[in-house]
Design a protein around this ligand. Structure first.
Ligand code: HEC
Length: 156
């Protein structure tokens, strides 16, 4: 019974928070001041594909951590490490501003380190701390950049 009451309270709490959030958005849509990356449709698709790999990877890594399955953590994190950055076409890389690359590079390095430490240290809370720090890089880049699709002709 106690559990049911708690669950109900949690549900109500979440519902309330979501409503408040919607409400806030209604009144004050914050201006979007993020820097614009002008990309072709293909380049956008390529970048977003990487993003989906990141998110799927983070989901898999946290699931594996919950089972102390460090082998899966390492196997999931490694392909998202520095080796992933090398698969990006030079033409796209050239369009990404320095500030963007200064977050992307360390993010890939974080994944590489997570893979290495998961294998060698096998310490769940150490890896979780690394994952938390790594996720801040996702947030800071998302707060700074947005994509705008342009035709190849109007890129410059
Ligand atoms: C260096 C910059 C950068 C980093 C780091 C970064 N992202 Fe992104 N991400 C972007 C940009 C730019 C967009 C497009 C945002 C827009 O146009 O509104 C995006 C969009 C996304 C999307 C939406 C995809 C879609 O189909 O619309 C997801 C999901 C995402 N990122 C996940 C992540 C995760 C998870 C991480 C960290 C592991 C991460 N990103 C790190 C730049 C970054």
């Amino acid at each position: 019974m106690k559990r049911l009451v708690l669950a109900t309270t949690l549900c109500l709490g979440i519902g309330h928070a979501a409503a408040a959030d919607l409400h806030a958005h209604h009144h004050a849509p914050a201006p979007d001041n993020r820097a614009v990356l002008k990309l072709t449709p293909d380049e956008r698709a390529m970048l977003l594909e990487e993003m989906h790999l990141f998110l799927a990877g983070v989901g898999k890594i946290t699931g594996a951590l919950a089972r102390s399955d460090m082998a899966t953590v390492a196997a999931t994190a490694r392909p998202l490490g520095p080796q992933m950055a090398q698969t990006m076409p030079a033409s796209l890389r050239a369009k990404l501003p320095m500030e963007f690359r200064q977050i992307a590079g360390p993010l890939h390095a974080d994944f590489g380190q997570i893979a290495l430490d998961a294998e060698t240290m096998k310490d769940v809370s150490h890896t979780l701390t690394q994952v938390s720090t790594m996720l801040q890089k996702c947030s800071s880049c998302h707060a700074a950049f947005q994509i705008r699709v342009v035709d190849t002709a109007e890129q410059h």
